[in-house]
Design a protein around this ligand. Sequence first.
Ligand code: CA
Ligand code: CA
Length: 222
Amino acid sequence: MKKLIFITVVCAFVAVPVRADLVTVNIDFQPPNGALYSGLGMVSDSGTYWNPMSLGSTSNLLASDGLTTTSIDVSTTYSYYYSDPGNDLLRDRIIWSDGSNHPGTLSTPAITISDLDAGLLYDIYLYVGHYPQTFTIDGVSKSLTAAGYNQDQSSWTEDVHYVSFLGQSPTGGGSIEIDIYNTAPTDTVVSGMQIHAVPVPGAVLLGMLGLGAAGIKLRKFA
Ligand SMILES: [Ca+2]
Ligand SMILES: [Ca+2]
């Protein structure tokens, strides 16, 4: 019986497609030394750590546990930043151009995520306070209407406080590019981003098949 339990445990570990690199990386875009958000986003992940990021690029971002160093790098072409009172994620942002109103201003790509695992898919969540925005990934555009700076995570609503792009496939080089357009006469901004790795559907299927095969073997042992 002990042998059977041992085999069951081993097969479970082999079959379930848990990967150490299935991480979530959170970024709070803000001025240098801004008020760093700590808490949940809208991704299904219990981590509460958010990497602070201002202009330029940041390498080897920490996972949402605040401890694990990832390979993931982010660079932006934003050129300005600003902060208002409110929720620590939504209240501060980086801005395309000089912070005045720039209707129709386009930055391509505004954000480049690189050194991703080309064998995984990624859910990308983008957060903004106050300013309506349109984000585009791989030819698909999503808009948010934005609300004030003060609402906390329990009130965040898709297409108002954030947009999500699920199951994005990186390029062969491991990159995902994000464009930003402003659809109203307002600043082009971003306040936060979550990058959440998910297994490709085929890997899940293989895992289930593996578990099924293990079950057949176990019945033979019994
Ligand atoms: Ca912040
Ligand atoms: Ca922010």
